[in-house]
Design a protein. Sequence first.
Lengths: 194, 194
Amino acid sequence: MDFSLLLNNFAKHISLTKTEEKFITSLLEYKIIRAKDFLVQQGEVSKYSAFVLNGCLRGYTIDSDGTEHVLSFAPKDWWIADMYSLLSQKPGNLNIEAMVDTEVALISKTNQEKMYEKVPKLERFFRIIIEKSLVAYQQRLNDNLSLTAEERYLKFCKVYPQLINEIPQKQIAAYIGVTPEFLSKLRAKQARAK
Amino acid sequence: MDFSLLLNNFAKHISLTKTEEKFITSLLEYKIIRAKDFLVQQGEVSKYSAFVLNGCLRGYTIDSDGTEHVLSFAPKDWWIADMYSLLSQKPGNLNIEAMVDTEVALISKTNQEKMYEKVPKLERFFRIIIEKSLVAYQQRLNDNLSLTAEERYLKFCKVYPQLINEIPQKQIAAYIGVTPEFLSKLRAKQARAK
DNA sequence: ATCATTTCTTAAACTAGATTAAGTATTTTC
DNA sequence: GAAAATACTTAATCTAGTTTAAGAAATGAT
């Protein structure tokens, strides 16, 4: 199994010896999640954090009237997990689904704890990436409080240029918080304006 | 200076020796922020994380048409910082203001780094509290995507019962993402329903 | 290739929540 | 403790975004 993308990801914030790399690698699981299959579904207790080696996952919730809300997209080189369920070990309400066939490296909660014990540097690594994730969610919450749907769409296009033409529009709508019909209207308006 | 509240806060997730406590305490600064004064304002580069010993801070942004949006309240025993600015060392867009005279323990970025070096356990501590904060922001973003204003208000009342009668309503409105007028309408409706 | 399913578009009717405006409480300040 | 400032309420009008519905385009399955 080739975990080099993940090891490079670690290397962005900490440096690991070969021995440490071997140890960590030995605690990883490799999995292919087929398009439309799930890593976890709402109601389950999450066991894994996932790192995407190839492909794309999305994390979404389904509200009481059946509407989907996308909390995150995880393309290649991104981390994703239902942090709530993983930390509390209670049933979560996140669905993590593969948008295309996706290769992931999985770390089980118990193995992650082992890693922290043997390689404390990893505490630092995960502190840093969680800090970044926190900043991103704060920013996004602020965008949802302060921007119009159109502004959020334009921002999405800027932040995820690679996703725009790769994923269904209705999922962009479910990410920025509007109906697919309204997003379609926005896009028509913008095409007209050119 | 009495930092025992903060030391107890650390003790919730890690255990420190007396020596470590002394070292950490020596790197803390104590400050009183008078009501309506700021810990940081938008445009400044953040230097500190704050832990509230007494009183209450709030973190908010001001959008292009002058509307305030509250990202967080920090009552006694809570942490608050402009994480974006603190991490990137770029000018932030958060205002952190005291709602009443507030005592805080401050950790400067450089002292925080010293603490991580000398007491690596703190990496774990901050990883854990940032994880919890991340879960809370994800949850709140999801609420903003999936609940009505009324549902968000009721949830706020459940989650922050102590704040409901302590803080101005317009700031609850700025937290849940509605105008003060609309919140007033919601409350009138609920009072009528009883 | 064809049928079925899913996605996208357009448009009319609708509504949750914003805006504007004016009046009433409540705090703050000197 | 009066005046000023800030916070809250009510109500009419307005609008960004939703809902419903129906057709067109694209994608997937056999």
